[in-house]
Design a protein around this ligand. Structure first.
Ligand code: FES
Length: 327
């Protein structure tokens, strides 16, 4: 299948119906159709691309129950050191119209899990909240561990507190001191039968989860970055210095990609309708199937089985030679 068709997106114009201060620096935004129509369905873990007034496109996870057919709710932390995305969202007021993509999901709940452990750091709780709703509906056993500095930084507390009393949700406050952080290593020490782990949070939290879950069986650990981690420099091969050829399978067209070029941009410049969004290997918008080639994957979303078939054109390249794309 041609993955450009698969990635084609529809933009929706939605109205901000309600803004709620959820925690210090965190607002939730309820987006609805201006005519009150039902919205495209989504599953827990999905995100929207918001096309912001300053020209930026940013991804925000949906936090409400997927059974909500008439609203999308996102939670946004204002990052004073960010690139302007969250600041633009925090300028929205009730009644504003926002252009958003249809929901896309790179962080789905696995089918047939007996139990699910959700680990959230800070604003990484937003997809976990949607997951919690979906798991409750499916009557699947779950535990949510939500880590943040203190109660004043915990979003969606009104919904979490009753579940904390019931023992499903564990709020962990570290006072801003990593030494008081949740003992994730102990929590994940034993890989449980038919249990899946999901985690999302800031860089240090992601790394702690990754290490703690390293011994869990393949396919049972799932994660989503909301920010690209600091890149680790890797040795550059001679071929990478020379660039590579991207070949379009359907037409045989060959495009040369110089080392400093971005494959997605080269494809777009050649008139191929490839969509991009995050430009950071985080969202999957630019995912393309490839038929042959030695790919240097630089994304943060594809798992090993997906990498055998797909690449993200905004950040990934061939290590040299010819890369044949299923376009
Ligand atoms: S545009 Fe988001 S992964 Fe490429």
């Amino acid at each position: 299948m041609n993955s450009i068709v698969q990635n084609a997106t529809t933009t929706l114009s939605l109205v901000v119906r309600q803004i709620t201060l959820q925690a210090q620096g965190i607002n939730s935004y309820e987006l609805v159709d201006p005519a009150g129509k039902a919205l495209p369905v989504f599953t827990a873990g999905a995100h929207l691309d918001l096309h912001l007034s300053n020209g930026l496109i940013r991804q925000y996870s949906l936090s409400n129950a997927p059974t909500d057919r008439y609203r999308y709710v996102i939670g946004v932390l204002k990052d004073p050191n960010g690139s302007g995305g969250s600041a633009a969202v925090h300028q929205l007021t009730v009644g504003d119209v926002v252009e958003v993509s249809v929901p896309r999901n790179n962080f789905k709940l696995a089918a047939h899990a007996r139990k699910v452990i959700l680990l959230a750091g800070g604003i990484g709780v937003t997809p976990m909240k949607a997951m919690l709703h979906e798991l409750e509906l499916s009557a699947i056993e779950y535990e949510l561990y939500y880590c943040c500095k203190g109660p004043e930084f915990a979003a969606f507390k009104d919904e979490f507190e009753p579940r904390a009393s019931a023992g499903n949700v564990h709020l962990h406050f570290d006072g801003g001191d990593p030494r008081n952080g949740l003992n994730i290593t102990a929590l994940l020490e034993e890989a449980q039968d038919s249990c899946h782990v999901y985690y999302c949070g800031p860089g240090g939290f992601m790394e702690a989860c990754r290490k703690a879950a390293a011994h869990w069986p393949a396919g049972t650990v799932h994660f989503e970055h909301f920010k690209a981690p600091t890149p680790v420099s890797t040795p550059v091969s001679a071929d990478a210095v020379e660039g590579f050829v991207a070949q379009i399978a359907s037409t045989g067209q060959q495009l040369f990609v110089r080392p400093e070029q971005n494959l997605a941009q080269v494809l777009q410049d050649a008139g191929l309708p490839l969509e991009t969004s995050c430009q950071s290997g985080l969202c999957g918008t630019c995912k393309v199937r490839y038929l042959s080639g030695d790919v240097d994957h630089q994304d943060y979303i594809l798992d090993d089985s997906e990498k055998a078939e797909y690449l993200t054109a905004c950040v990934s390249k061939a290590k040299g030679g010819v890369l044949v794309l299923d376009l």
